[in-house]
Design a protein around this ligand. Structure first.
Ligand code: MN
Length: 204
């Protein structure tokens, strides 16, 4: 396993292939206030690429092209947030997408534990630490602990997706899940455009 750190964009020779695991780290939970600091990616080959942003420029043509490419599936865990942040800062809509949290909610109805740590533990038997989650991602230099944490957020998503897909197919909810994923970029847009807390499908 290797972790590569890049400044501002993916290098031209890095192509993440047809299925890209992706996560992001920010200064906080409000995209309009809290800037995007890091985008983590993995092709599912055991390696992670961390693209670091200094907050001054978000022109990242190689990264943006791969995220917007309709031929590449972007695999998230709670993609709603990352898709909104990426849309806001990089100006690209990630599509098509897959979200392991939504998949888990649709099929692991026997539990309410749908965090990434839970999925790694329950589906893969892997323990990941969440200790660095609330650390300073805007720091000029990331610590080794931050790099490892950031990488662990994307390294297992392909395998988790495989497991969840098998369960979704088994329970006849694969098509339902796909339709939820298709709506996800729109849900992220609603978050950015003023309906973050509103369930637009609710009666009142
Ligand atoms: Mn993360």
């Amino acid at each position: 396993m290797a972790i590569y750190v890049h400044q501002g964009d993916l290098p031209d020779d890095v192509d993440l292939g047809p299925e890209i695991a992706i996560d992001s780290e920010t200064m906080g939970l409000l995209p309009q206030r809290d800037r995007l600091c890091l985008v983590q990616l993995s092709a599912g080959d055991g390696n992670a690429h961390l693209v670091k942003f200094d907050g001054k420029s978000y022109a990242a043509p190689n990264l943006s092209r791969q995220l917007a490419d309709p031929e590449r599936l972007k695999i998230f865990h709670f993609g709603r947030f990352d898709i909104a942040v990426i849309e806001h800062y990089l100006g690209v809509t990630c599509t098509p997408v897959y979200c392991t949290k939504i998949a888990s909610r649709l099929v692991r109805t026997y539990t309410d534990r749908h965090g990434l740590k839970n999925l790694c533990q329950d589906l893969l038997g892997i323990d990941i630490s969440k200790q660095q989650q609330s650390s300073d991602w805007g720091a000029a230099e990331l610590s080794d602990a931050q790099k490892e944490y950031a990488a662990s957020d994307v390294l297992y998503l392909h395998r988790i997706r495989e497991q969840l897909d098998a369960m979704l197919k088994r329970e006849g909810r694969h098509e339902l899940a796909r339709r939820c994923f298709d709506f996800l970029p729109t849900r992220a847009r609603l978050d950015l455009e003023g309906w973050p807390e509103t369930d637009i499908f609710a009666h009142s």
